[in-house]
Design a protein around this ligand. Structure first.
Ligand SMILES: Nc1ncnc2c1ncn2[C@@H]1O[C@H](COP(=O)(O)OP(=O)(O)O)[C@@H](O)[C@H]1O
Ligand SMILES: [Mg+2]
Length: 148
């Protein structure tokens, strides 16, 4: 099947420092805002992206420093597809990791709800991961305001 060409496309990368969680929210918002979303759509996209980026930083790279890659694409009809990729430790069991309340964090700081939040806010969430190689989370949301 022929791949649809995006109407707009952004590729960015940054080091896995926690200050860049808020940078990723702003980048996602700035990109999505160009497609005339509702306030709710904009908030949802920002929140989902920052959950995925936080995971890349705190779980993917843990105590190491790596690079987080984001691509955002807007397709004709208003579908936004955002990927968040790390080359960190990877996830042993993706199905388990996606279960609400599942967390490998032992300090009590994290509730294990990141994937649940992403799923709640987006139309589709895909996770590809290989142990030792990294993780790619793909978030999709169709903007209702844009019907053509
Ligand atoms: N990018 C990632 N790299 C490695 N492990 C991850 C990544 N994203 C998520 N995980 C694993 O999935 C679990 C669940 O993630 P999440 O639902 O966001 O909950 P939390 O971040 O609160 O632990 C994490 O505890 C972690 O073990
Ligand atoms: Mg999380």
């Amino acid at each position: 099947m022929k791949r649809e060409k995006p109407e707009n496309l952004m590729r960015v990368s940054f080091p896995s420092r926690s200050v860049n969680e808020s940078l990723s929210r702003s980048l996602a918002a700035a990109f999505a805002a160009l497609a005339d979303p509702t306030v709710e759509e904009l908030c949802d996209i920002k929140t989902a992206v920052s959950e995925a980026v936080t995971n890349a930083i705190v779980h993917g790279y843990r105590n190491t420093l790596g690079t987080v890659y984001i691509t955002a694409a807007l397709y004709p009809g208003g579908k936004i597809v955002i990927t968040v990729r790390d080359r960190g430790c990877g996830i042993a069991d993706v199905e388990k990791a996606r279960e609400p309340l599942y967390t490998t964090c032992t300090t009590g700081e994290r509730a294990g709800l990141g994937f649940a939040v992403m799923e709640e806010l987006m139309d589709r969430v895909r996770v590809r991961s290989r142990l030792g190689e990294g993780t790619t989370v793909t978030l999709e949301r169709k903007l209702k305001s844009r019907s053509c």
